[in-house]
Design a protein around this ligand. Structure first.
Ligand code: PMP
Length: 428
């Protein structure tokens, strides 16, 4: 190219570039968050277009799968760790270790935050939980122990084991530590369930008491089932966010209950501002909550006699359903207006329906929740002007090996039949 040719080309390129004038933007400094915990919460509410259009009722899902740890449990893990630090049960970078018994989501959230705060994590979980959760935990550096599913009265049940490991860790520290270190106190936590549960942290009801542990290196049993920080995360976070996002205009809140923290915290917050908000639970196959809400008893004896159902929730849905009363469930029971039993086939149908019609790829408990929203709306005969809010707890990516595995469902005799949703949407 000659110099003139080169010059002409540059001018042409410049002219072309001038066509792309950047539009002026508002400069903001409040959009940078501090570390991974800054990404937790403040999730959007998403309108589920297919269901809302079909029923004429606004169905809004809190997009909790957008949390950095991938689920609603980030809020709970953050609150439990924050509170533990505030009350002196945990101190960052002391070699302290957090123990938890969980089907996965809470463990992933704890492990995520633990890494950012300088703690180690031990997660004990049943061995029938979807494999991808174990992979995520290991990638996050958690020590994972998988045990056979067992009843809550069994010492080897995963929550009980997590408690024991935390205590043992504390005892070992006491031996290692020099004389000035105090022996960690053991605290007893009695629940409504038959077992006596020993906890490595004081009863969270009595928070005014100063912790008496003197050592810095501790074993901390997070205990999401009994820990009131779980409730607080939703009462002070998720609930107010939903109220703000809907300007208080909502008629019902629907959620499944695993520990009960979400439905108790959000439900109580919403009812405290408007007692007419209907609070209902979505309860999967094999869980006792439906019977508890409808008939006052946790399980139907006839149905459960001679089967494992009494203590285990026998469903492909992970994260919700329970057969015992925990503190967080007890906080929820007085405010529950209704319950909807959701079969595995219905949850599966809803999940496939949502991908087909909305491009929303959700986890099993989200699908259960949305199925319960539809059932509630049909039962009430609601139409225009009503709004129902639910929780989209996690995404389908956590469920490839079971709930989103067609082969697995075939073996488990669970049909993939979208008409279970479509018929419900059409019938009048
Ligand atoms: N969905 C998923 C995926 C979960 O892991 C959990 C918690 N176990 C829930 C829903 C239920 O939430 P909560 O424990 O607050 O009842």
């Amino acid at each position: 190219l000659t110099t003139i040719g080169l010059y002409a080309r540059r001018r042409k390129e410049k002219r072309e570039l001038e066509q792309f004038t950047p539009r002026p933007i508002e400069l903001r400094s409040d959009e940078i968050v501090s570390g991974v915990t800054g990404l937790i919460g403040n999730t959007p509410l998403v309108r589920i277009n297919s269901l809302s259009n079909a029923l004429g009722v606004e169905i809004l899902g809190k997009a909790e799968f957008l949390n950095p740890g991938g689920s609603v449990k980030d809020r709970v893990a953050l609150r439990m760790i924050d509170d533990a630090e505030r009350f002196g049960y945990l101190k960052p970078y002391t070699g302290s270790r957090i123990f938890e018994g969980t089907v996965g989501s809470t463990g992933i959230s704890i492990a995520t935050i633990a890494r950012a705060r300088g703690y180690d994590t031990t997660i004990i979980m049943p061995d029938d939980v979807a494999e991808e959760k174990v992979k995520a935990l290991k990638a996050l550096g958690a020590d994972v122990e998988r045990v056979r599913p067992a009843s809550i009265v069994d010492k080897k049940q995963y929550v009980n084991l997590a408690r024991q490991r935390a205590l043992k860790f504390g005892e070992e520290d006491a031996i290692e530590a020099s004389e000035h270190a105090a022996q960690p106190e053991l605290y007893e936590l009695k629940t409504q369930s038959e077992s006596i549960l020993v906890s490595a942290h004081p009863d969270h009801n009595n928070r005014s008491e100063e912790p008496t542990l003197a050592m810095d290196r501790r074993g901390y049993f997070a205990d999401q089932f009994e820990n009131k920080s779980n409730f607080d995360a939703h009462f002070n976070g998720t609930g107010p966010e939903i109220w703000r996002q809907t300007s208080g205009r909502l008629d019902a809140f629907v959620a499944g209950a695993g520990t009960g923290g979400t439905v108790a915290g959000v439900g109580r917050y919403l009812k405290s501002l408007n007692e007419d908000v209907c609070v209902a639970i979505a309860d999967p196959d094999g869980s006792g909550l439906f019977n508890k809400v409808k008939h006052g008893v946790m399980y139907d004896r006839k149905e459960s006699e001679g089967t494992k159902r009494r203590h285990q929730v026998d469903t492909v849905v992970e994260g919700i359903g329970i057969n015992r009363l925990t503190r967080n469930i007890e906080m929820a029971l007085p405010i529950l207006d209704d319950a909807f039993r959701i079969t595995d086939a219905e949850a599966v149908a809803m999940s496939r329906y949502l991908v087909k019609n909305d491009g929303l790829f959700l986890g099993s408990s989200s699908a259960c929740n949305l199925m319960a929203c539809v059932k509630l709306i049909k039962q009430k005969g609601w139409n225009e002007g009503k709004t129902v809010v639910t929780i989209l707890c996690d995404s389908g990516t956590r469920h490839y090996s079971k709930f989103w595995n067609d082969e697995y469902l075939r073996h488990a005799n669970i049909p993939i039949d979208l008409s279970l949703v479509e018929d419900l949407l059409q019938r009048d």
